[in-house]
Design a protein around this ligand. Structure first.
Ligand code: ATP
Ligand code: MG
Length: 393
């Protein structure tokens, strides 16, 4: 399709987003920088994205009036949260272009559907079993133990997950999760964790960011490093190809992140296993705002507006540190982290999401460090971590 054939929505139009969290806020910032107006649907009057948007529809995701209001004001709609009911996106799609589609989001919302899609795309997943009945519980193979029991739906940041050692613990954990449909995954010895973010247009063209190397602590992303310091080019190329295949086979439109585990065989050979995907920009791509010439949020805008998707270029090596609510607390007393000291570091880019209550584990912001070479960026990132009281890695 040539640029002239596209039904592009040009700057000046209004772009809508379902969900008002930090991903929505950074989407709004990117859309506004390009000259779009924005509309956010989120019931919370203080939602991070609602606070900075031209329009804020303060209604629940399935509220018919709210969806109508959003579709009335926005000429195209996206989502920033994968747990927005797929039904709400399908309703909006009756009157407006919606990207990604309700069908694509529905796949990502259900770990069983997600694994089926990943496998059908020719990409390996961790060995798993679906647990949705006493019979399926009894059938579980011992080879999946020790394992991780994950609710099929509504999990994020390690929530809805229980690590189990034995069949007795499995039964107990499933009861503890309310016997909702779950997947039991074999617990793999992770050599590394990576992610790949792609953006795909309606015309099937897709572009990608470099492979991200991620460190999780207690199931939550803590550090992202790009270029991935410990990943050889062949493995990185395979991760990108896998992510592209997963997006292509869904006819996906928008920004998609695929998380991978790198596992090491007894003979030392490394291979990739897809963990999960997110139908939206991803925490491991926040560095793209400061370290790339086009951010993941701008690509989300471009994809939904049917503007050209240009291949993004990493212009600086980078490290991103997640800033969780824990940083606001010391010895049971709330405090403001020493931002002045952090901002004295070269190449420090502070992003705070405007959340007022700093609960432990809550994503409050992130800090991106950029610099001329990877070694110096890493050194400054370690300094920043130490100033903030974060562990080194
Ligand atoms: P998010 O949506 O925030 O990425 P989530 O709650 O959907 O998180 P997962 O990505 O499934 O959770 O898991 C979180 C982390 O737990 C992974 O990044 C990894 O560190 C660890 N983990 C998950 N599954 C496995 C597994 N099968 N084997 C070993 N570690 C795992
Ligand atoms: Mg994950």
């Amino acid at each position: 399709m040539s640029t002239r054939d596209r039904q592009a929505l040009l700057p000046g139009a209004t772009l809508g987003v379902m969900g008002g969290g930090q991903l929505g806020r950074m989407f709004v910032h990117a859309a506004q920088a390009l000259g779009y107006s924005t509309a956010v649907l989120d019931a919370d009057p203080h939602s991070p994205a609602g606070l900075v948007s031209h329009h804020h529809v303060q209604k629940a995701y399935l509220d018919a009036e709210g969806l109508q209001q959003l579709a009335a004001v926005a000429q195209a709609i996206t989502t920033e949260f994968e747990n927005v009911p797929a039904e709400a996106l399908r309703t909006l799609a009756q009157s407006r272009p919606v990207a990604p589609s309700g069908d694509a989001v529905a796949i990502c919302q259900d770990r069983a559907a997600e694994k089926a899609h990943i496998t059908a795309s020719g990409v390996p997943c961790a060995p798993f079993a679906l647990i949705d009945s006493e019979a399926s519980l009894a059938r579980v193979s011992d080879t999946l133990l020790p394992g991780i029991l994950k609710t099929a739906r509504m999990g994020y940041d390690g929530k809805g997950q229980v690590r189990i050692q034995s069949r007795a613990e499995l039964a107990e954990a499933w009861a503890g999760l309310g016997r909702v449909p779950c997947v039991l995954e074999q617990r793999l010895a992770l050599h590394r964790e990576l992610s790949v973010i792609v953006a795909r247009g309606v015309d099937g063209q897709w572009v990608h960011f470099p492979v991200q190397q991620n460190l999780h602590r207690e199931g939550i992303l803590a550090v992202t490093e790009v270029p991935a310091p410990d990943v050889d080019p062949a493995l990185a190329a395979q991760a990108v190809a896998h992510a592209g295949a997963i997006a292509q086979s869904m006819h996906y439109v928008g920004v998609l992140c695929v998380e991978f585990f790198v596992v090491k065989a007894a003979d030392g050979r490394l291979s990739l296993v897809a963990n999960e995907m997110a139908p939206r920009p991803h925490n491991s791509g926040h560095y793209t705002i400061d370290a790339c010439d086009v951010s993941q949020f701008e690509l989300q805008v471009r994809a939904m507006a049917q503007l050209p998707l240009v291949a993004p270029r990493l212009h600086s090596p980078t490290v991103m540190l997640n800033l969780l609510g824990d940083l606001w607390w010391r010895d049971g007393v709330e405090r403001t982290p020493a931002w002045d000291a952090v901002l004295a570091l070269p190449g420090a880019h502070l992003h705070l999401y405007g959340k007022t209550s700093a609960r432990p584990g809550r994503k409050m912001g992130h800090l991106t460090l950029t610099g001329a070479d990877a070694a110096s960026v890493r050194a400054v990132a370690l300094q920043a971590a130490s100033l903030l009281g974060l562990p080194a890695w």
